[in-house]
Design a protein around this ligand. Structure first.
Ligand SMILES: Nc1ncnc2c1ncn2[C@@H]1O[C@H](COP(=O)(O)OP(=O)(O)OP(=O)(O)O)[C@@H](O)[C@H]1O
Ligand SMILES: [Mg+2]
Length: 255
């Protein structure tokens, strides 16, 4: 069965999509089979990888295409289930479903058949909570929170911790906070160093190596490349490679 990891912070611009793409790509480079799902209606994860999907999650939710038709091969061992602006309309449809419990299980039901095909399913979440993202929470078992060293990102992180408490009340589904990833980290700034120290105190053993602020990471999406393709020697590639190693080794230890 796949290991299912959501990338979530309720603050915008914290490095969720950058982490989803480069974590997925790094795991695929290590020989793992990865499905990366873009749940963000504003999202452009597929475009950032140079893909031009014919079907997206929207058709999947609406029963207008099969899962196989919606899955888009992106790189060796890396597939993408693309998002779309029209996910906002899907959200409306989910609100109209009679049973709230059925409405949050739609995606989980669709993915059942492919869980064996992948070692990892990585889900890129939008910064806001909606019915589509609720579906995302039902397909992941662990969360990775990318967090720049700012007060608002810290608030977004605590909101995720609150969400985890709410999910723990749903029967037969468990999601745990796996890692907090400091992103856009500038080691020259006292603020960044001191917030990092305080995060490590509050979440002992759960804060990863920081992903440093690196212009190559900001440039790669416009070139439709992962950081490992665009600038394999950059600090960004080094930092994400360490994160990939940490997460991949964890499954070996656990499983
Ligand atoms: N470590 C980094 N160094 C430099 N730029 C970065 C880094 N991480 C992300 N970025 C850039 O910061 C911006 C926001 O990153 P990203 O899109 O990954 O955040 P997000 O959390 O997915 O945003 P949203 O909440 O809007 O979905 C992007 O332009 C991205 O290229
Ligand atoms: Mg994003």
């Amino acid at each position: 069965m796949s290991r299912n990891i959501g990338i979530l912070n309720y603050k915008g611009g914290t490095g969720k999509t950058t982490t989803a793409i480069n974590l997925s790509a790094g795991l695929a480079l290590q020989g793992k089979r990865v499905l990366c799902i873009d749940l963000d209606p504003q999202g452009s994860l597929a475009a950032q990888l140079g893909l031009k999907p014919t079907h997206t999650l929207v058709e999947l939710f609406q029963d207008e295409a099969t899962l196989d038709e919606c899955i888009c091969p992106a790189r060796a061992r890396l597939d993408v289930l693309p998002g779309s602006r029209k996910l906002l309309a899907v959200d409306g449809l989910l609100w109209n479903m009679e049973s709230a419990s059925a409405a949050r299980q739609v995606l989980a039901g669709k993915l059942d058949s492919v869980r064996k095909k992948y070692d990892y399913i990585i889900v890129d979440f939008p910064p806001s909570a909606n019915k589509v993202s609720e579906n995302g929470l039902m397909i992941v078992n662990e969360l990775v929170i990318p967090m720049p060293m700012s007060y608002l990102a810290l608030v977004g992180t605590y909101q995720v911790v609150g969400t985890l408490k709410a999910i723990s009340k749903i029967p037969n589904h468990q999601v745990r906070l796996s890692w907090i990833v400091p992103t856009l980290f500038d080691e020259r700034l006292r603020k960044d160093r001191s917030i990092l120290i305080s995060m490590k105190r509050q979440f002992p053993g759960q804060v990863t190596n920081p992903i440093r602020n690196n212009v190559r990471l900001a440039e790669a999406p416009a070139r439709q490349k992962t950081i490992f393709e665009y600038a394999p020697r950059s600090r960004g590639a080094q930092d994400y490679a360490k994160l990939v190693e940490l997460i991949a080794n964890q499954i070996d230890e656990e499983g």
